[in-house]
Design a protein around this ligand. Structure first.
Ligand SMILES: [Zn+2]
Ligand SMILES: [Zn+2]
Length: 347
């Protein structure tokens, strides 16, 4: 089969590799769609993990073969995959810190080499421990909608970390695909969302996704807008879907006492940012992070996406054949005014 193999920093090659062999409790899935995720881009461009690997973990496709002991699925089922599933039994899982669970950290979907998702290939092997995360895609929904379950899950998990009441005002900084998902999920929870971005095209979409206020450009004037909208009280929460350290400090200042600041895009380790820690101690402003998905939310995520209460279809804007995966990664790493989610279509 054809697969895109990571051979080193910024070196993705289309190669012929064996179709994965599956064991008794496993599935073989023909990949229809795989989303290009910023975490893969980071690994490809910064070489944070050793090659060779086949990346791609926002995967949907059709089951073509099942292992002898698999009962719940059959060949022909259209499915969305989940490459990380926690054990639900360990110390971390009992604390719902699923992303820290040792089982969760293993990758259970592969197209060969060290398991890394494998979605940039024609076929993937799905291992037994991630089978509970496989979701059937309803007939009326597309593979692309199925492939969005994983990113939507990571966003819903983050939203659940916030303690919000109806009518609260929340800032969502950055209206890329992830920011837009935040905007919609927060609106569904009854929050009034202030959406910010540098691109007017994205703010237009943010309004469609439920933003009550939108803001483009200068952040110093945004302070006045926040004060105006919250009648001087400050934000109940701010979600940063952009990795700006300067914005962390600013957004902390825009929170009301006891408000929450959630970091979603600060995935690169760097020098410590200078924060006013008395704002955390005395003003009780929580600093939160959220990373990766929560398996226990998967059924709810599937309902939100497949019912289209969170309609992810406008988020997929660029589609590439498997051979052009390197171009897809390049575009996704430098979005244009009209590009949002980029996907690879191996089939
Ligand atoms: Zn992802
Ligand atoms: Zn666990």
């Amino acid at each position: 089969m054809r697969a895109v193999v990571y051979r080193g920093v910024n070196d993705l090659r289309v190669e012929t590799v064996p179709v994965p062999r599956i064991g008794r409790g496993e599935l073989l899935v023909k990949v229809a769609v795989c989303g290009v995720c910023p975490t893969d881009i980071k690994k490809i461009q910064h070489g944070t993990v050793p090659p060779p690997r086949i990346f791609g973990h926002e995967t949907a496709g059709t089951i073509v073969r099942t292992g002898a002991s698999v009962r719940q699925f059959k060949a022909g089922d259209r499915v969305a995959l989940h490459h990380h599933v926690p054990c639900l039994k360990c110390h971390y899982c009992r604390h719902r810190a699923f992303a820290q669970c040792a089982t969760y950290k293993r990758t259970g979907v592969t197209a060969g080499f060290e398991p890394a998702g494998g979605g940039y290939a024609e076929y993937v092997r799905v291992m037994p421990f991630v089978l509970p995360g496989v979701v059937k895609i309803p007939a009326r929904n597309s593979f692309e909608e199925g492939a969005m379950l994983e990113p939507v899950n990571t966003v819903l998990k983050a939203v659940r970390r916030l303690s919000l009441l109806r009518g609260d005002v929340v800032l969502v900084a950055g209206q890329g695909p992830i920011g837009l998902m935040f905007t919609r999920l927060l609106q569904l929870q009854g929050a009034g969302v202030i959406a910010t971005d540098l691109l007017e095209s994205r703010l237009k979409l943010a309004r469609r996704f439920g933003a009550r206020w939108t803001w483009r450009g200068d952040d110093s004037e945004l302070s006045e807008e926040v004060a105006h909208v919250t009648r001087g009280r400050g934000l109940d929460a701010a979600v940063l879907a952009v990795p700006s350290d300067a914005l962390v400090c600013q957004a902390q200042g825009w929170l009301r006492g006891g408000g929450q600041l959630l970091l979603f895009a600060h995935t690169r380790r760097s020098a410590p940012a200078v924060l006013d820690l008395a704002a955390v101690c005395v003003d009780e402003k929580d600093l939160l992070g959220s990373y990766s998905s929560d398996f226990t939310l998967q059924a709810e995520v599937a309902r939100l996406v497949f019912s289209r209460r969170l309609d992810v279809r406008p988020l997929v804007t660029q589609r590439f054949p498997l051979e052009q995966t390197a171009d897809a990664v390049r575009l996704a790493s430098r979005p244009t005014p009209d590009s949002l989610k980029t996907v690879v279509l191996p089939a």
